[in-house]
Design a protein around this ligand. Structure first.
Ligand code: ZN
Length: 128
């Protein structure tokens, strides 16, 4: 789902392959700081957001999250770090306006797991 309105953050659908190494700059660190202060939904979203990037297997967890009142999901940091060239200017501007102090991402935060156990496209993931 793509949603670039003022209430959503990084609801994008990349088409290209993820970069081999993450882009870690001020914008990424800013989002990391904000992400750590996120508010999680107390319900499960009931599904997963899958990264649409070519050959990319990144999958979100099943919660909604809010950062400074903007709805996002756990792929936000992945999109920013691994699909930077496809992140619209509007989303970068939203991140620049976040109030959190920048923070250094950990290896774990840059890893999009949740793939555990899902080995192929017929895993049933698409049916969730
Ligand atoms: Zn991806």
């Amino acid at each position: 789902m793509i949603n670039l309105d003022a209430d959503h953050l990084l609801f994008i659908e990349p088409t290209g392959a993820p970069s081999a190494t993450p882009t870690i700059d001020h914008t990424t660190r800013k989002l990391v700081g904000a992400w750590r202060a996120r508010r999680a939904s107390d319900y499960a979203y009931g599904g997963f957001h899958e990264c649409t990037g070519e050959g990319c297997r990144a999958v979100s967890d099943d919660s909604d999250y809010w950062i400074d009142g903007l709805m996002t999901n756990s792929l936000a940091l992945h999109y920013l770090a691994f699909h930077r060239s496809e992140v619209p200017q509007s989303e970068l501007a939203k991140i620049a306006a976040l109030t959190a102090a920048p923070a250094e991402p950990t290896e774990e935060e840059l890893t999009t797991d949740v793939l555990n156990g899902y080995e192929d496209e017929d895993s049933g993931l698409d049916d969730l």
